[in-house]
Design a protein around this ligand. Structure first.
Ligand code: PMP
Length: 422
């Protein structure tokens, strides 16, 4: 993005204009936790409530028809944004809910629920589910739970010293016993991009299903789920400039058709008697209850906004910002957890400062108006792997400018002296 383009982008995000800590301009470097929202997204939600608010797929009146059209148009926008067909996108409250949906549906198949075809998903004691040591808890704990319910065994790929997945012996981890391979596209701690092709090819060879946690890739890189060839994927609106409370599960159509539902009730049924029920086809089969319509509409608008800017340009801009962030390695006493080069990574940089606790680091930055995240970022095993309990994390989005990073680096350079750690 040119300076003028970036200025125009930033002007579209009202929150970026506010001040904090006694009048300091906000330097927002916490977009991996949640992104800020452009005006079009905020206006789309207000407009929905002001003009089109009604329950979808039910009412036989004009406002309900318009609400349903807006809801389904949003689904199309999100689907085309990630290279999926419309009916392969299931609305969920977020990525966590989407991953849990898959894990619970597989458990239901094991319990004998669903159509005859659900047999193909059945997990038995001794079957294996493969994850990685870099996972966000949202893509780890649901699989631990599924193992506990089915007797399946959890296995995982480790991480090398550079924060990249250690795939030196793929064939010993993904084997004939593997039924599911679940992994993050981009780590929310290291920013490293996983080699999706390698993992999908290995999973396919043994007939295992792939589940991609695309939370940190969809907002920052062009993502084409059909081209990647994964079976399922999960992502959240709030990290891609959209509202909280909505996200999506992608599932290959024939898999969603065979998968049993998890949440049951209204809006997902065809015929209900006092003893039996038949279910609607996907995606409605997985969308019981009154849907988060305004939020879905906001997510659709966010996807369109990014699409119009062009994800290739978004990725190129953020690559520049990532390189600027990585210059913190030149500050004495800073250790980056993750790749120190800017190849196959995004603008998420987690680090520790020698002799200073991560919480103290973030406090010094916060005093200067710089917002970073601190803690284990919902990835305790990965932090344990690097022998640290907590890191501070600076993360970028399309609206992040070089000036943000310069302010951050300057503040960070003074941290060790401030705490007498030099
Ligand atoms: N996976 C990754 C990689 C994430 O970064 C996050 C959010 N921090 C999640 C999953 C969970 O997303 P949500 O909280 O929106 O459900």
């Amino acid at each position: 993005l040119t300076a003028a383009e970036l200025a125009a982008v930033r002007a579209d995000f009202p929150l970026l204009g506010r001040t904090v800590r006694g009048g300091r301009p906000l330097v927002y470097l916490d977009s991996a936790a949640t992104s800020q929202k452009p005006n079009v997204v905020l206006e789309a939600e207000v407009d929905f409530y002001e003009q089109r608010n009604a329950a979808v797929h039910r009412g036989a009146h004009q406002v309900a028809e318009e609400a349903t059209a807006a809801f389904e148009d949003a689904r199309s926008a999100v689907a085309s944004f990630v290279g999926a067909a419309d009916d392969e996108i299931v609305w969920t409250p977020g990525a966590t809910a989407a991953i849990n949906l898959v894990a619970y549906a597989l458990g239901n198949a094991t319990a004998g629920r669903g159509g005859a075809d659900a047999e193909r998903f059945r997990l038995a004691p001794g079957d294996e589910i493969v994850v990685t040591e870099a996972e966000h808890h949202a893509n780890l704990v649901p699989w631990q739970e599924l193992c506990a319910r089915t007797g399946a065994v959890l296995r995982w790929f480790g991480v090398d010293d550079d924060g990249r997945l250690d795939l030196s012996d793929v064939g010993s981890v993904i084997t004939e016993r593997t039924r599911v391979v679940a992994f993050g596209h981009v780590s929310n701690v290291t920013g490293a991009v996983a080699p999706v092709e390698t993992l999908v090819a290995a999973a396919r060879e043994v007939g295992a299903y792939t589940v991609l946690d695309a939370c940190q890739s969809v907002p920052h890189l062009p993502v084409d789920l059909h081209a990647l060839g994964v079976d399922f994927a999960a992502f959240s609106a709030h990290k891609m400039l959209g509202p909280t409370g909505v996200g999506a599960l992608y599932g290959r159509r024939e898999l969603l058709e065979a998968l049993p539902p998890v949440t049951t009730g209204g809006s997902m049924v065809e015929v209900v008697t006092m003893t039996e029920t038949t279910y609607m086809p996907p995606p409605q089969r997985f969308e019981a209850g009154t849907q988060m319509v305004a939020q879905a509409v906001g997510m659709g608008v966010a996807a369109q906004w990014l699409d119009e800017l062009g994800m290739g340009r978004v990725a190129a801009h953020e690559r520049e910002i990532a390189a600027e962030l990585l210059k913190i390695t030149e500050i004495p006493g800073i250790r980056v957890i993750g790749p120190s080069d800017d190849r196959d990574r995004i603008g998420v940089v987690s680090f520790v400062v020698d002799g200073v606790h991560a919480h103290d680091v973030s406090q010094v930055l916060d005093d200067r108006g710089i917002a970073v995240r601190v803690g284990h970022h919902c990835a305790q095993p990965l932090h344990r792997r690097f022998g640290v309990a907590a890191t501070a994390r600076a993360s970028a989005s399309v609206y992040t400018g070089v000036e943000d990073v310069v302010a951050f680096r300057e503040a960070l350079a003074g941290v060790r002296a401030f705490f007498g750690a030099e």
